[in-house]
Ligand binder design. Sequence first.
Ligand SMILES: [Mg+2]
Length: 170
Amino acid sequence: MLKLLLPDFYITDIFEIDFDYLKKKGIKAILIDLDNTLMPWNSDEVNTELIDWIARGREKGFRFCIVSNNFAKRIINCSEKLGIPAATGAFKPGRKIFLKGMEITGTSPAETAFVGDQLFTDVLGAKRVGITVILVKPISEKEFFWTKLVRRLEKKLIKTMEEKGLLKKF
Ligand SMILES: [Mg+2]
C-alpha cells in the first residue's frame, strides 16, 4: 500500500520541476492536477509566472493535460485560460481519467509524468497506472472540507516517508 502512495519526487511547487531531467528520462507529457497544484483551490488566478512555465515546458517539447476532480465547468474554464486540454468524465484515484489524459497527450505510461498535491487521489491514482509521480505541496490551505480532513493523515504519511528518506527532489 505504501508503495502505491510513494511519489517519485516531492517538491515545493511546480517551478521546481526539472524539465531537462524528465526529458532525459523519456518523459514527453505532463498530466497535471488543477486545484492547489496549478492554481489555488477554486481560484481563477492565472499569473504570468504560470503562463511562462507552461510555455517553457512546451518549448522543451512537453505536452500538458489537466487531470482534475473538480466540476466540469471550472475545469473547462481553466483549461481555456491556460491553453491546456483537460481529461474529464472520470475521477482520481480511478485509472480511467489518467488513461484519458494519456489518450489526449498520445503518450504511454513510461512517457508520462503526473503532478498533483494529494496522496490519496493524485499519487495513488497515477501510481496505479504506472506513471512517474511528482507530488507538490498544496498552494494554499483553502480547500474542500473533505480534503482538509484527509490532509491530517496525509501529513503523517509524508512525515514518515521523509523520516525514512524515501522522498527525493530533482
Ligand atoms: Mg489538487
